[in-house]
Write a protein that binds this ligand. Structure first.
Ligand code: NAP
Length: 264
């Protein structure tokens, strides 16, 4: 039996990639696609697969009611993802969230709602295996270096900053890093010159056309530096992680935050 999957945000850059990945997966069936931006179109045509006979819906709640999916995958926007998630979980459907920009309090609420409904939510700010390893290695290095800063680099259409990956990395670093006493009082000639600050970890956000998703974690200690870098050159890099989450999300009740919990 194939898993019945609804893709929300199906007409976006990530959504189209998920549509292709789900259609190619032998154990999944694309039963609906939702995206107000391309409602009424055949999603197969929009995603470059040719006609699939799946016409894009504008309304998530109605589409869920109509097709009764077993999984919903959300790659939409920071401003809409929390409301989308409430709609999906209230309908008692397992949810995979790739959309970034959710705040700590949003995650707590989604966890509570998912537990109440006895369904799983997997939210990974980065579904690429290399990015998961980059974060893990950064956490390991943070035990040994007094200085650490993050540079995240993304395409110029990205809406949220800093990236969800950078925030998750800083959270993981914070678990083990002992921040040194401030050495100097800094005088900033321009506001924001030192980037944003998450628990003492500076995060610098670069936005440029031509980029996809990249991150460097730079460590400094006496007489040496260490740089850990990951690059997603293609959105295909996220798909094995997304498919894994679709398969495994029903093993959980409540929120799983980070792909590492499905991998290690
Ligand atoms: P995008 O191209 O802007 O796609 C988002 C799509 O969702 C657009 O077609 C948008 O329509 C649509 N949309 C907006 N509100 C909606 C709603 N309420 N219901 C259904 N669809 C809605 O963005 P993207 O580059 O695909 O990125 C999407 C999200 O994934 C971002 O938050 C990004 O940071 C994140 N991301 C995560 C990963 C990961 O591994 N977790 C990797 C890459 C990106 P309009 O154009 O009309 O607004």
């Amino acid at each position: 039996m194939s898993l019945r999957v609804l893709v929300n945000g199906a007409g976006g850059r990530m959504g189209k990639e998920v549509v292709k990945a789900v259609c190619r997966a032998a154990d999944m069936e694309l039963v609906a696609a939702v995206d107000p931006a391309c409602a009424g179109q055949d999603i197969g045509v929009a995603a470059g697969l040719g006609e699939l006979g799946v016409v894009v819906d504008a309304d998530l709640a109605q589409a869920i009611q109509r097709v009764q999916p077993e999984r919903v995958v959300d790659f939409t926007m920071p401003s809409t993802v929390a409301a989308n998630a409430r709609t999906v979980l209230s309908a008692g459907v397992h949810l995979v969230i790739g959309t970034t920009g959710l705040l700590e309090q949003d995650l707590q609420k989604l966890d509570a709602l998912a537990r109440e409904q006895r369904v799983g939510v997997v939210h990974a700010p980065n579904f690429a295996l290399g990015a998961v390893l980059m974060m893990r290695f950064a956490r390991e290095a943070a035990r040994f270096f007094p200085g650490v800063e993050i540079i995240e680099l993304h395409h110029d259409k990205k809406r949220d900053a800093p990236s969800g990956t950078a925030i998750k990395t800083a959270e993981m670093i914070k678990e083990v890093w002992r921040k040194p006493e401030a050495g100097v009082v800094e005088e900033l000639k321009l506001a924001g010159a030192r980037g944003s600050d998450f628990a003492g970890v500076h995060i610098h956000s670069v936005r440029l056309p031509g980029l996809i998703a990249h991150q460097e974690v730079l460590f400094g200690g006496p007489g040496q530096t260490l740089t850990i870098r990951h690059d997603s050159m293609d959105r295909e890099s996220f798909m094995p992680g997304v498919l894994l989450a679709i398969r495994k999300v029903a093993d959980f009740q409540g929120l799983v935050y980070g792909l590492e919990h499905l991998l290690f």
